[in-house]
Structure formats: C-alpha cells, structure tokens
Design a binder for this molecule. Structure first.
Ligand code: HEM
Length: 229
C-alpha cells in the first residue's frame, strides 16, 4: 500500500496520496509504464504505433458519425458535406481515410517484427494469436468502411469483395447473402456494413487490444536476438 504523504507535503501530493491509497495508481504506473524492458530497437515501436493509429481511427471515426448518414439516399451527400462544408471535415475524413491504410501497413510490419524475433514461441503463443485476430479485424474494419462513402468505387469494390466470399466452397453463397443482406448490394448491405464498422468490429478490436496488452505486460517482450560470435 502507498505511504500516506506527510502533512508538510503540497496539496497536489496530498490529493495524489489520497487517490493512490484507494486506486493503487503507483502500482498501475509501475506495472504498465515504468516496467523494465530489454534493450530494444526501432522495430519494437510498431506495436505502440499501431495502438496510437487505432486510437486515432476511433476518435476521427466518432467525429465522422456526427455528420455521416448511413442510408443510400444520403450517404454520398453527407460525405460531400463533410468534405466541403463542415469545418475541418476534410481533415478529419482525410485522417480517417489515410489512417486506415497506414494502420494496416503498420500492423503488418509489427507482425513481421514479432515473427523475426521469434515472439510467437513459448510463452507468447497467445499474444501471437490475439495479434492474429487483431490483423483480421483490422482488415474487416477496412473492408466494411470502404462501402460507407457509397460512391462508385465503394459499390463495385464491395460487389467484388462479397462475390469473392461467395466463391468459398459449400458455404460461399450463404456467406455472400449474409454479407449483402440479400442478393444485391443495397440499403441492407449499407446498414450491415455500418453496424459492423461502428459496433461489432470495434468491440472486438478493443477486447483484443486489451488481452494483447495484458499479455505483453504480464509476460514481457522479447529481447532482440543477438549474433553468435
Ligand atoms: C491493432 C493491432 C495491434 C496492436 C495495437 C498491437 C500492440 C502491441 C504492443 C503495444 C506490443 C508491445 C511492444 C512491441 O513489441 O511492439 C505488442 C507486442 C506483440 N504483438 Fe502486437 N499489436 C497488434 C497486432 C499484432 C499482430 C497482427 C500480431 C501477430 C500476428 C501481434 C503479435 C505480437 C507479439 C507476438 C508481441 C510480443 C512481441 C515481443 O515480445 O517482442 N500483434 N503488440
């Protein structure tokens, strides 16, 4: 337990001491941010970069929902409105659009680094698995978001993407109908993709990032391999 600050200590310190005794702030700080890590290199920053980009996607995405309208009649116009009339709308959409591409690249680089340092081996197998789910859900985020502007590119890309799902043996046609919400791409597809994009997938992303970080903190990270002399 934290040592209570003496009466001579400043007010800030007394408030901190009061909170620390109840919330264990120092312990949380020591286990999460002040923990010992091996000497690493720049390749080890891709994980934190992925996390910051995911956070940025969350914030810019929430801002976009203020003006975006997920219906075939209004989706395209609402994006035009965001780009041309909303103050800094172009910036928020630009960050979200390019952030998505960058996130996929950075997550992939993070996975490559983890592979090359052998971080998928004992005892980090589950860290690797939660990472694998994260890569998948980041891709689903990108795919579901692509339809939302409801322009020609979005429509045809989703036609092709869902048709590819339709080519899976046995369950393909079922999968395609579930994704499209019918035989054609229309209002139900847009509603489904929007639901996936703002609820289903982000909840999985949050849960997986939580599990991933818990394991990174619990087990610690690998030291970069050294050359045998
Ligand atoms: C949104 C996606 C992801 C986020 C936010 C994320 C975040 C992080 C962070 C902050 C670390 C600790 C620092 C580091 O070693 O880089 C880490 C470690 C790790 N991640 Fe990820 N990660 C993601 C995706 C993935 C993927 C796709 C994989 C592999 C399939 C993966 C596998 C691992 C492994 C094995 C470690 C331990 C690395 C070591 O011990 O050296 N992660 N992750």
């Amino acid at each position: 337990m934290a040592i209570p600050p003496s009466p001579e200590s400043g007010r800030g310190q007394r408030v901190y001491g009061w909170l620390d005794e109840r919330l264990g702030l120092t312990t949380v700080w020591n286990t999460t941010l002040a923990r010992m890590v091996p000497k690493t290199n720049w390749f080890y920053t891709f994980g934190s970069a992925s996390m910051i980009l995911a956070l940025l996607q969350g914030i810019t995405g929430m801002l976009l929902t203020i003006y975006y309208v997920p219906s075939p009649d209004h989706a395209y116009d609402s994006i035009q409105y965001i780009m041309n009339d909303v103050t800094f709308g172009w910036l928020i959409r630009g960050l979200h659009h390019w952030g998505a591409t960058l996130l996929v690249i950075v997550v992939f680089l993070h996975m490559l680094k983890s592979y090359f340092v052998g971080a998928y081996k004992y005892p980090r197998e589950i860290t690797w698995l939660t990472g694998g789910v994260l890569l998948l859900v980041v891709l689903v985020m990108g795919f579901s978001g692509y339809l939302l502007p409801w322009n020609q590119k979005a429509y045809w890309a989703t036609s092709v993407g869902t048709a590819i799902a339709g080519a899976v043996p046995v369950i393909g046609p079922f999968l395609e109908r579930v994704l499209r919400g019918g035989n054609e791409i229309g209002a139900v597809t847009l509603a489904r993709f929007y639901g996936l994009h703002i609820w289903w997938v982000p909840i999985i992303v949050l849960a997986m990032i939580g599990a991933h970080l818990y394991l990174v903190i619990r087990i610690g990270i690998t030291a970069p391999p050294e050359r045998d002399e």
